[in-house]
Design a protein around this ligand. Structure first.
Ligand code: PLP
Length: 359
């Protein structure tokens, strides 16, 4: 059986080493030494000024929205995981969808301005599949209209824009370190900002608003993460260069092997370095996707229709017209890609897809 993705597990002894330390200290959560160590190592590896390790990538978006005091409408992408939209609604704001670019799968900056109203407070864009948004265009629209920018960079570990980690951009960038992501801490996430005041607010929010044992500064929530999760992160971080290298090899292999498959894969945003986190493929039409899935499933290979359906079709959002997102969502398939997927398996997937298109 080949799933669409498989969590990376480090050598067991490595994790065990950290467990021994946790047992000795009897310090399991609440900003422990491993959480601190992970935050420091991530800052160093990514070369970012500030970050906070959180319990997941959804709370990261919610805290980002709250910390920036966003109200009213937030312009966002219909082509992302549901958490991007649900977090906006959860925070009492209204998502306003603008359509995507059919090549990068990211929000199309040319369509943002016509969606801005007097109630718009921010743009929340996802760097879809780890492919950078057109950050320069988005940031300049935001500046002109005095809007905040949050980037949902859940897929982006290792992606760079103009030579810097993608997490450096926007008022806040958020990420997810969920087990299915390229870098993971089992469950986990982070917020990144260059602004120390915003950082302080998010730091308070992460821990109930505690500013000392008996003092509270504003409303908070519990978005802390544990020593056990940090330990997994420290183990995975040791292997991250090999993980990124392997993804790139697999990506290139798919590109070669699928040259004659009708459709297209992702086009990498200019000025950026892609992390090759996913292998999305857009077929000519929906029936070609369904046929491909059927043929792959016959040999126990399970790709995923991702992202499907388009978020603009959720029943708790305002109706809007996003024909490109709707069309891509109906034709896209994410092919299996994970660290120990072999070249033979990749080859078998590619051959099956090529055969399926001739039926
Ligand atoms: C995974 C993901 C999230 C949510 O992250 P969790 O850590 O699972 O809460 C948010 N946005 C996108 C685009 C994601 O892929």
């Amino acid at each position: 059986m080949i799933p669409v993705t498989k969590p990376f597990l480090p050598p067991f002894e490595q994790y065990q080493y950290y467990l021994q330390g946790i047992w000795q200290r009897n310090w399991l959560t609440n900003n422990g030494p491993l959480v601190n160590e992970l935050e420091l190592k991530l800052k160093e590896y990514l070369d970012v000024p500030h970050l906070l390790f959180l319990s997941n990538g959804t709370l990261a978006i919610q805290i980002a929205i709250k910390a920036l005091g966003l109200k009213g409408e937030i312009i966002t992408t219909p082509f992302s995981y549901v958490a991007t939209t649900s977090s906006i609604v959860w925070e009492g704001c209204t998502p306003v969808f603008t359509d995507i670019d059919p090549n990068t799968f990211n929000i199309d900056p040319k369509k943002i301005e016509s969606a801005i109203t007097s109630s718009t407070s921010a743009i929340l864009a996802t760097h879809c599949f780890g492919n950078s948004c057109d950050i320069e265009a988005i940031d300049s629209i935001a500046k002109k209209h005095h809007l905040k920018v949050i980037y949902d960079a859940a897929h982006c570990f290792g992606t760079r824009y103009k030579g810097k980690s993608i997490f450096n951009y926007g008022d806040i960038s958020t990420s997810s370190f969920h087990a299915t992501k390229l870098f993971h801490t089992i469950e986990g996430g982070a917020v990144f900002t260059r602004n120390p005041d915003v950082l302080k607010r998010m730091w308070l929010m992460r821990n109930f608003g505690h500013d000392g044992v008996a003092k509270f500064d504003g409303v908070g929530i519990n978005a802390k993460n544990s020593e056990f999760h940090a330990a997994m992160g420290l183990c995975v971080l040791k292997q991250i260069d090999a993980i990124l290298r392997r993804r790139k090899e697999q990506h290139n292999y798919y590109d070669q092997a699928l040259k004659n498959l009708r459709g297209n894969t992702i086009i990498v945003q200019k000025d950026s370095e892609y992390n090759f986190a996913y292998y999305p493929f857009v077929f000519e039409n929906e029936s070609a996707v369904i046929k491909a899935i059927k043929e792959l499933e016959k040999i126990e290979i399970f790709p995923r229709r991702y992202f499907y359906p388009s978020l603009s079709l959720l029943d708790y959002v305002r109706k809007s017209s996003t024909p490109i997102s709707d069309s891509i969502a109906s034709r896209i398939l994410c092919l299996p890609i994970f660290h120990d997927l072999s070249i033979e398996e990749t080859d078998m997937i590619a051959r099956t897809l090529l055969r399926a298109q001739n039926y």
